[in-house]
Design a protein around this ligand. Structure first.
Ligand code: GLU
Length: 321
């Protein structure tokens, strides 16, 4: 009997156009799965209804296709784990939330953004989530429930017990979390009634039987919290590989503020997908030169372990291409 095929995914948020940083992460996630003949899943993370746009979700998929990536399951193709957009899967997050609540793993938090911003917080290492000081954990249960009943605006936080962070073997970063303090109590259900990313991503990756999560270094700080959720929900955690971010020439993580970095802009400026992939491959240390190459050409022998971690990320300047 053949071994089950390894399953990986890319999970774009359709809140903006895909830029080179997203393309770099998607390319690495795809290469790692394709190099082992695995199944690649596309999942649209559109829970943020205020910022997500259906047309951007479609454009993301088109941009990834233009880049030369393909997938076996996704919102456009369907598949055994359908639906592949989070908004349509929200019932699953509510069930997981109810279960955690029923097991007293959560407490309501009435703090406003400003309360949290103004609260004194312990110094933290770079790469850690901002630590919630635990203000609402101290509210007596009866009082907290009375305030929930009264509909005082509240989020729900996961109660983190223990002082030390879960550690894990990252496929790029190697051992991570060791000797670090545990994340603070984190939000699993937002005050606006939307399940938080931390909960949704864990529920989905488990439900879609994802074995390998390759994503940007900006999410490294979320992984210990997610490992606590896997444990609390009795789910098996996937392997994680956190890959270098791309930075603008100002040293800041690529974002809307930077010009000329979206795949659409690059395409409109006359760059072909092979040129973009070639530049990315050089930047990531996959090839010695930046000449044009297809994504498919990079598949043979690709190994995520050969991607060098970069402390802050790699600077990219498409204006100089
Ligand atoms: N939707 C997230 C993003 O676009 C990715 C989440 C993940 O890979 O865990 O940044």
């Amino acid at each position: 009997m053949s071994a089950a095929r390894v399953r990986g995914r890319y999970a774009p948020s359709p809140t903006g156009e895909l830029h080179l940083g997203n393309a770099s992460t998607a390319l690495l996630a795809w290469l790692s799965i394709r190099a082992r003949g695995g199944t690649f899943v596309m999942r649209v993370e559109d829970l943020d209804r205020q910022r997500s746009r259906d047309e951007l979700a479609e454009q993301c998929l088109q941009d990834l296709e233009w880049l030369g990536l393909d997938w076996d399951e996704g919102p456009d193709l369907g598949g055994p784990c359908a639906p592949y957009s989070q908004w349509e899967r929200r019932g699953d997050y509510v069930r997981a939330f109810e279960r955690l609540k029923g097991e007293s793993r959560l407490y309501p938090c009435f703090c406003s953004r400003r309360d949290i911003a103004n609260a004194p917080s312990a110094p933290q290492d770079p790469g850690e989530m901002r630590r919630y000081p635990g203000t609402c954990r101290a509210i007596a249960h009866e009082e907290a429930m009375a305030r929930v009943e009264r509909n005082d605006r509240h989020a729900w936080r996961f109660r983190v017990d223990g002082e030390v962070s879960p550690a894990f073997d990252d496929l790029v970063r190697r051992r991570w979390g060791q000797g670090r303090s545990a994340p603070g109590d984190f939000v699993v259900y937002r005050a606006d009634g939307v399940p938080a990313y931390q909960l949704a991503v864990v529920v989905d990756d488990a439900a879609m039987a994802i074995d390998e999560v390759v994503r940007g270094d900006d999410l490294l700080s979320s992984t210990p919290a997610q490992l606590l959720l896997y444990d609390a929900l009795g789910l098996d955690a996937p392997l994680f590989g956190h890959v270098p971010l791309l930075l603008g020439t100002d040293g800041a993580r690529l974002s809307k503020r930077h010009r000329g970095i979206t795949l659409r802009e690059l395409r409109e400026a006359g760059h072909g997908p092979e040129a973009v992939v070639g530049r990315l491959a050089k930047l990531l240390g996959l090839r010695p030169d930046a000449g044009p190459v297809t994504a498919r050409d990079l598949v043979p022998g690709f190994d995520l372990a050969s991607v060098a971690p970069a402390e802050r990320g790699h600077v990219v300047d498409p204006a100089a291409w």
